[in-house]
Design a protein around this ligand. Structure first.
Ligand SMILES: [Zn+2]
Length: 163
């Protein structure tokens, strides 16, 4: 009965989607206004190329975004990592739904981290829904967080935590 199991996971998504904190997005907006060299303002020219990590929507063509490095895992750990992300240049509403963000149903790979922020597992969905993949990674009691990243470019998109 695999389909029945899938349906129950869809209706019982027991995890919290954690978008980029608003203070990080606001700091990026301030930094670009101060001309910081590692923060770049650009205008989006084609759809589905610049995902805003704060509202968890793709920026639309013509919208301005800020490109800057973000430490998804802060320095000082073996898996420390800083990588490029976008946020809308204009203030946007932080994603707050209790469900998986529809804008990123495709094209994400998922990494599981333990309490020491070590990567302990990863999964590229192969026809499975993201909720199903995330639930499987959290089936391991050592999994404390799951990162969603671009499957092609590897860039951090958002975090998922246990509720
Ligand atoms: Zn946004």
């Amino acid at each position: 009965m695999p389909w029945a199991g899938f349906s129950s996971r869809m209706t019982q998504f027991k995890f919290r989607i954690v978008p980029l904190p608003t203070e990080v997005a606001d700091a990026a907006r301030k930094a670009v206004s101060e001309g910081r060299p590692d923060h770049r303002m650009q205008v989006v020219d084609s759809p589905n190329t610049a995902p805003c990590r704060h509202c968890l929507e793709w920026a639309k063509p013509g919208e301005r975004v800020i490109l800057f490095p973000y430490e998804a895992i802060p320095t000082g750990k073996p898996y420390s990592e800083s990588g490029p992300i976008f946020v809308h240049a204009e203030p946007c509403v932080r994603y707050s739904a209790e469900s998986y963000p529809e804008a990123f149903r495709e094209g994400r790979v998922f990494r599981a981290y333990d309490s020491g922020e070590n990567i302990i597992d990863a999964c590229l969905p192969n026809g499975e829904e993201p909720e199903e993949v995330i639930a499987k990674l959290f089936d391991n009691p050592e999994t404390m967080a799951v990162h969603a990243r671009s499957a092609t470019r590897g860039c951090y998109t958002f975090k998922v935590e246990r509720i």
